[in-house]
Design a protein around this ligand. Structure first.
Ligand SMILES: Cc1cc2nc3c(=O)[nH]c(=O)nc-3n(C[C@H](O)[C@H](O)[C@H](O)COP(=O)(O)OP(=O)(O)OC[C@H]3O[C@@H](n4cnc5c(N)ncnc54)[C@H](O)[C@@H]3O)c2cc1C
Length: 383
């Protein structure tokens, strides 16, 4: 067993840390958040560093990075800006991976190089008003009509739908089938006639809107089907392990950001004649934060290591997701306490971490659903 990451992994972290500290300092990120401004230029620059092509091969402009590299990249993006992470991950990991693994050659050639260079963005259209944790009860329907599919229904919580080029939509193509059968994935161009996007007001990550998407007789060519007709559940569920590992990495990165900020503050802030880090109550909060971050990172990397080797990692990915997200929340809460009244002030940045972190416990499969899955895997592996 080797706990040391490679020189390339360390270099990746250093490059990304320097990039985001220069391009997305706290005051800039606070401004994007306040103005609800999606920063396309920052996104393109990040793509220029190779961030958008990590999940697919060189033949389509990507780099086919190993999972530890992707986790490091996710950590660094989340440490800098959750809004950018919300914009980047659905495109660069979930949708790009879906197209790379299940798409037609035409879809790969057309879309992947443009994802890699940052000119195309995608949104994940899975959740619906009546289908959240239980996606198999989704009701958005796509019916064949000649060479097209005609889509009717509604998606909700589709992050980045207002600025995406395509929605990677999970729809029912067999109206007779129930539960996980008869579902498919379609690429729906955002500028399709009959498609209306409405941004929702939300707690955090305002620079990337989370939206409702209404589909009224939206027509897409049959060539926009990703994978086999009626095999959509297999596609979506096969992408979930990786997605959960990355949510764990987001929580880890956010926790690391809160720790770095709190540590610096505790070394500089003087009360009762000494830096507050010398008050044991504060030092212990920092120690707890460091343990949370380290444990989250190890769980995330272990799951990533298994995924890279094609080993079953459903339990490890679920653990990484739960622990990483909750570690992020614990670190942000301690960070708030350590910065005292200043934590409440937008210019310090800690309140942003605190608002952002809750999402990781909800999206990508809620932590209750993840605990159900861990328990199920425990039973299965005990057999
Ligand atoms: C900011 C934001 C961005 C999002 N971005 C996207 C996106 O880009 N694309 C997308 O498709 N979705 C997105 N989502 C949706 C997200 O994935 C869902 O919110 C999540 O899957 C939970 O679904 P739900 O909100 O409908 O909650 P529900 O499924 O209604 O759950 C409500 C509560 O009941 C609990 N619960 C439900 N079933 C069980 C059970 N069997 N056992 C134990 N507890 C249970 C849940 O854990 C939760 O606490 C986003 C959500 C948010 C808030």
């Amino acid at each position: 067993m080797d706990f040391e990451i490679s020189a390339e992994h360390r270099q990746l972290r250093t490059t990304l840390r320097e990039f985001f500290e220069a391009e997305a300092p706290i005051e800039e990120v606070a401004r994007f958040d306040r103005d609800e401004e999606f920063n396309s230029e920052l996104y393109r620059k990040a793509a220029g560093l190779g961030l958008c092509g990590l999940a697919f091969g060189e033949e389509y402009g990507g780099s086919a990075a190993d999972q530890i590299s992707i986790c490091i990249a996710v950590e660094e993006v989340a440490r800098a800006s959750a809004a950018l992470a919300y914009a980047w991950l659905p495109t660069a990991t979930f949708c790009a991976k879906g197209i790379a693994r299940f798409g037609t050659e035409e879809q790969k050639k057309e879309i992947l190089p443009r994802i890699a260079d940052g000119t195309v963005r995608m949104a994940m259209g899975l959740s619906e008003p009546e289908a959240g944790s239980d996606l198999t009860h989704l009701t958005t329907r796509a019916e064949r009509d000649g060479d097209d599919f005609v889509i009717n229904g509604q998606k909700v919580f589709t992050t980045g739908a207002d600025t995406a080029d395509h929605i990677f939509a999970f729809v029912r193509t067999d109206p007779e089938a129930t539960a996980s059968r008869g579902l498919s994935v379609l690429l729906v161009p955002r500028d399709s006639e009959g498609l209306v996007v409405r941004p929702l007001r939300k707690l955090a990550g305002q620079a990337t809107h989370t939206c409702e998407v209404f589909l009224n007789d939206v027509r897409v060519p049959k060539e926009n089907l990703v994978g086999e007709l009626g095999r959509g559940s297999a596609i979506i569920f096969s992408l979930m392990d990786a997605e959960r590992i990355y949510v764990g990495a987001e929580g880890t990165g956010l926790g690391q950001g809160a720790l770095d900020m709190a540590l610096k503050y505790a070394q500089e802030r003087v009360q009762f004649g000494k830096p507050i880090i010398e008050h044991q109550a504060v030092a212990h909060m920092l120690a707890d934060m460091a343990m949370n971050v380290q444990t989250a990172r190890l769980l995330t990397w272990q799951a990533a290591w298994r995924l890279d080797r094609g080993l079953d990692c459903t339990m490890e990915a679920s653990m990484a997701k739960v622990y990483g997200s909750e570690a992020g929340t614990r670190c942000a809460a301690h960070g708030m306490q350590i910065l005292g009244g200043y934590s409440y002030m937008v210019e310090y940045g800690m309140e942003r971490y605190w608002r952002e972190t809750k999402l990781y416990e909800i999206a990508g499969g809620t932590n209750q659903i993840m605990r159900n899955m861990i328990a199920k895997q425990l039973t299965r592996r005990a057999r």
